[in-house]
Every structure is written in structure tokens, then in C-alpha cells.
Ligand binder design. Structure first.
Ligand code: NAD
Length: 316
């Protein structure tokens, strides 16, 4: 990729563009808000330092990395981009308008993608005519600059060559692209996460265990094992015979209703929405949101470097 365009300089747009820049890929970021663009420039310095401090192999100096990024409020700057990733606010009409414009201004061989979490590619691309075989979802996981997974969802019209090219590109920069073969809301990772959340929050709301013990259960139980392998290998190790019985016995016992969780809604009513307001299920005193996020990202970076990155880049 000679040039990438990223639309949106918020949480995800920042992470995506930062990741391309540390890999030396010229990236132009477009946002309607100059404030967001300025924030993204500031965050770049903070994250370069964080990656450096944690020992992430950065092939370019901070100055060089900064030089790979450019910013504007004008979509026109994306007309020579090879790949354009839309990561603007989650709003269908806004995204439809953006894709309508991109379809007209992007060069014919450009690939157009969206990072939407909940909207359908077919809806977002309603007005796209010229690039219909060059469209897909590229769904990153927050923080996009650290979490390896990128879910790819092509449409029925997307050429297989484009899917292969995008997959190869992400692999070349140590992301983990996976292909979703058919349009399902939430793709794979968010669906699995919501299934987990439904059961965990039901156990909490029904008083089966305390919030502290729920955290320990996941962190030191399934989460601990997931750090080493995916689900199917866990089943292979446990034995398919065992899992077959467990699934049969327990599936009917777990929560399968769509619930309105008062355990969350009551806290939202009190503006206890989590780290952003200093209180959610737990308290987050003395530091601001950004500091807590940096602390978390430092932990995630250590994990990345100790696991995936070491394996993928033995010689770096
Ligand atoms: N936050 C997450 O955990 C997460 C994870 C995966 C995917 N996503 C998806 O990524 C996208 C962005 O989410 P986010 O969390 O970064 O949101 P955000 O609110 O942090 O950032 C959105 C940015 O888009 C900008 N914007 C709005 N309209 C625009 C336009 N017409 N042109 C250019 N810029 C515009 C806003 O100014 C803002 O800076 C959404 O589609 C969301 O569903 C979010």
C-alpha cells in the first residue's frame, strides 16, 4: 500500500492510523473536527513513547513516524489512496453519504472499507456504484493499535482477489485478519462477546456470585486459558466426548433470553458509566480516563509482545 486514507480521527481512527504509521505506511487522516485531528496528533507522541517504553520494535524514529501521517478536513486528499478505511461516527446516513462521495472521488483501483461495529455493509454501500467489487468491512478491535484481530467481511460482489490482497496486507503488518463468509450482525467477535456478557451479567444480576468473583472467574479461568489458545483447541484438549455432554447438559440451563440488565441500567442512570466518570462496576479514582486507558494499553502491549509478537518476529 503506497497510501492509506483513514476517515475519522477518534478512538478507532487514531489507533488504525497510528498502527499504519509505525509500519512506515503513508496515511492521510480526514476528520470533520479540527479538535479531533489535533488530539490525534498529540496522542501519536504519547503512544509512540508507550510502544517504545514497552519494547515494541519500532523501525522508524518518532520524527519519521510523524512524517508518515498527514491530516485534513477534506476528503479530496484521499483521491490517490490505495485503501480508504472509514472509521467515522456510527451513523448510517453519515456513512452512506461518505461512501457515496468516496465512490466518486477515489481512484478506480482503490479499496473502500468500513470499520462499523453494528451497521450492515450492504446498507452503508447503498449508493456505491463504481467500487462495488472493491468493498468490504475491516473491523478492528479497540485498541486497534494493539489488538491483532481484524475481521474482514466482503460483500457478495467483492472480488476474491481484493479479499486476498487485503488479508495478505494485514498479515504483512502482523495483524490477524479473519474472514467472515456471510453478513451477520456483529460479525464473530462481538457476537461471541455479547453471548459471554449475557451469561456473566445474568449470573451477577441473579446473585450467583459477587462482581469481584465474576472478574476472577473470567480473568483466572476461561480468560487465562484463552491467552494460550482458541476455543476449539480448548475443546480438543478437554476431549470432545466431555464437551459434548457438557454442552448437552448446560445449554438449556444458561441464559438465552434478551434481558434488560438493571444491573447496568441503574448505574447508567446515576452517570456511573465506567472509567469515563470514575465509577462503573468499580471505582477509578485519582486519575483521568486517558491515564487509565494508557495503563490498560501498557498491559495489553506487554501481553502482545510476550505472545504473538515474539512468535511472529523472532528476528526483530
Ligand atoms: N470504539 C470501539 O470500541 C469500536 C470498535 C470497533 C469498531 N468501531 C467503529 O469504528 C467507528 C468509529 O468509532 P470510534 O469509537 O472511533 O468513534 P469516535 O466517536 O471516537 O470517533 C468518530 C470520529 O468521526 C468523526 N466524524 C464524524 N463525522 C465525520 C465525517 N463526515 N467525516 C469525517 N470524520 C467524521 C468525528 O469527528 C470523530 O472524531 C464506528 O463505526 C464504530 O462503530 C468502534
Amino acid at each position: 500500500m503506497k497510501k492509506i486514507g483513514v476517515i475519522g480521527a477518534g478512538t478507532m481512527g487514531f489507533g488504525i492510523s497510528f498502527y499504519f504509521a509505525i509500519h512506515g505506511i503513508p496515511t492521510h487522516v480526514v476528520d470533520i473536527s479540527n479538535v479531533e485531528l489535533e488530539n490525534a496528533k498529540e496522542k501519536l507522541k504519547t503512544y509512540y513513547q508507550l510502544f517504545n517504553e514497552n519494547g515494541y520494535p519500532l523501525p522508524f524514529s518518532e520524527r519519521e513516524t510523524v512524517s508518515f501521517l498527514s491530516y485534513s478536513t477534506e476528503l479530496n486528499h484521499l483521491k490517490d489512496a490505495d485503501l480508504i478505511i472509514e472509521s467515522a461516527t456510527e451513523n448510517l446516513i453519515l456513512k452512506q453519504e461518505l461512501f457515496k462521495k468516496l465512490d466518486l472521488l477515489a481512484k478506480p483501483e482503490a479499496i473502500l472499507t468500513s470499520n462499523t461495529s453494528s451497521l450492515k455493509l450492504s446498507d452503508i454501500a447503498l449508493y456505491v456504484k463504481k467500487h462495488r467489487n472493491r468493498l468490504l468491512l475491516t473491523h478492528f478491535f479497540n485498541p486497534a493499535q494493539i489488538v491483532p484481530l481484524v475481521e474482514l467481511l466482503p460483500s457478495e460482489e467483492t472480488s476474491t482477489q481484493i479479499v486476498d490482497d487485503i488479508k495478505t496486507f494485514f498479515e504483512s503488518i502482523n495483524k490477524t485478519p479473519i474472514i467472515i463468509k456471510r453478513e451477520v450482525p456483529g460479525l464473530a467477535a462481538n457476537r461471541i462477546q455479547v453471548a459471554l456478557a449475557r451469561e456473566a451479567l445474568s449470573l451477577l444480576e441473579d446473585g450467583v456470585l459477587s462482581k469481584e468473583d465474576l472478574e476472577k472467574t473470567l480473568y483466572d479461568g476461561p480468560g487465562f486459558r484463552f491467552a494460550a489458545s482458541g476455543l476449539l483447541k480448548i475443546i480438543d484438549f478437554g476431549g470432545l466426548d466431555v464437551w459434548s455432554s457438557v454442552l448437552q447438559n448446560l445449554q438449556k440451563e444458561i441464559e438465552s433470553e434478551v434481558r434488560d440488565f438493571s444491573i447496568i441500567n441503574d448505574l447508567v442512570q446515576k452517570n456511573a458509566i465506567g472509567v469515563k466518570t470514575g465509577k462503573g462496576f468499580f471505582e477509578y479514582p485519582n486519575k483521568g480516563f486517558d491515564e487509565f486507558v494508557l495503563q490498560r494499553d501498557s498491559e495489553l502491549l506487554k501481553h502482545l509482545l510476550n505472545t504473538r509478537y515474539k512468535l511472529l518476529n523472532r528476528d526483530l
